[in-house]
Write a protein that binds this ligand. Sequence first.
Ligand SMILES: Cc1cc2nc3c(=O)[nH]c(=O)nc-3n(C[C@H](O)[C@H](O)[C@H](O)COP(=O)(O)OP(=O)(O)OC[C@H]3O[C@@H](n4cnc5c(N)ncnc54)[C@H](O)[C@@H]3O)c2cc1C
Length: 484
Amino acid sequence: MSSNKIAILGAGTSGLALAIRLAVKGHVVTLYTHTPDKQHIIPELTGKGYRFDTMAMPFIMPLLVVDLLYLTNKNTLDYFSYKRLKSTGRYIYPDGTLVKGTNNPRLFSVELTRKLDIHPQKVWNHLQLSSLLYELIKPLALENSLHSKGAFMKPLAIKNLTQLLKIGINQPYATFNHKHLQNARATQLFNHFASFLGVNPYKANTLAHFIPHFARFRGTYFPTGGIKSINETLLRLAQEEKNIEIVYQKAEQIVCENKLVKGVDIGGQLTPYDTVVSNLNLDYTYQNLLPNTIEKPQQTNLSKPLVFYWGIKTKHRALGLHNIFFSDNDAAEYQHYSNEAAQTVYSDPTIYLYISAKEQASDAPKGCENWRVMVRVPYHFNEEDLKAVQAVKRVILNKLNKVLQINLQKQISLEVIGKSPSNGLHKGYGTLYQSNWKGATTNNFRASNFHPHIKGLYFCGESYQPGGGMPFNLWSAKIVEGLI
Ligand SMILES: Cc1cc2nc3c(=O)[nH]c(=O)nc-3n(C[C@H](O)[C@H](O)[C@H](O)COP(=O)(O)OP(=O)(O)OC[C@H]3O[C@@H](n4cnc5c(N)ncnc54)[C@H](O)[C@@H]3O)c2cc1C
């Protein structure tokens, strides 16, 4: 292997992970980040005794982080630790029905039977199918590029694909769930797993069904220090690698000539590189860094998250670390966001409430909780329009007051609105969207991790294969490492 001079644009989770992987292989990597300093790379927010993770999710697959510690020969416990959670999440329906998610698939099946009136064997079978799907999908789309030439021609790929088609993955995930579960509420719960990949379960096929395998069989975890400690650990590793230089400067353009990458424009000057990787959103990359490229993949943005950080003066025993408040009708909610003219939040939205203080008491003052409340809003929603933001807040308060039988407004002692996970540059980009290249819709998996026509140009992170947020951005770093 010859060593390359590589530029990675963006120090998100994915960019950091990729820098470490490539440096270990002997490449010389420069990591450019628009953030003014290292503190801004850490996705966290603090104030009035509260600490909030600005990136939140049930943390699955911790080994993707541990892998990087092994690669760099570090003693894991000196850098990163985490605990396995007993409860994986609380699913709360509009009438107050509460389903407790557990890491034990048998107990989970029984819980669904008790609360949703479904036969436990149906749930158990559905979870088994999820494990099978994971084994089949992993070599096809999680560890390798789906878009590579001949990706589907290898014997293993043909075998796995044939089996996946037999299982019926080429139908919308919601249809698949309904067919197997025959229970509207259980279907809604499983549909929700599609949001991990940022896809619409009524449009995207059944590939997302590998997610429950992780959430139920492999378990969900909480990192010591909170979710932010993932990026913190990666940053520390990157800083300690001699082959990585972190430059706190914005990348202006990716310079290409004759279908070949030449380098990056930094502050008006061309810095030459053999290889450039963008860890920036697809739309942002093509509009700002590759303005002269003729062929552009199209990203159909459907919705984006709006986040409220609330310091809450009370403790709520009914709630846990991860809480999903389901909408009255998830099909109608997805339909609402599929309409490009939509301007407002859906009337009874799905709400994701993350309270890290449930696992880490120091994240909130005594007797208080730190609520990170996230809803989807239309892609064209204007977060700068305070009236529109207040309208969304009212919808959230009404819903939570009704379901929890409280007066939430009176309990809020601190409010911060909508800081995106990194430094805010990506604010406004969607996380639920589709992308396509020349009309070939990748409704299920996102855009390619390499440019099909420009040699030396790669992509990692949330917009690209294999999908949305954590930990898929760590997986995309692994895919790009394999391509370079
Ligand atoms: C409001 C909001 C809330 C979200 N909440 C969640 C969540 O709770 N859970 C979840 O899993 N996902 C969430 N996401 C998705 C989230 O974006 C990803 O999970 C994660 O941050 C993506 O990591 P990444 O490595 O792809 O890129 P990012 O974290 O987006 O990192 C990109 C980096 O590039 C830098 N940058 C941008 N432009 C330039 C430039 N021109 N030159 C150099 N550097 C540049 C940025 O400053 C940033 O540091 C959310 C997204 C938004 C917008």
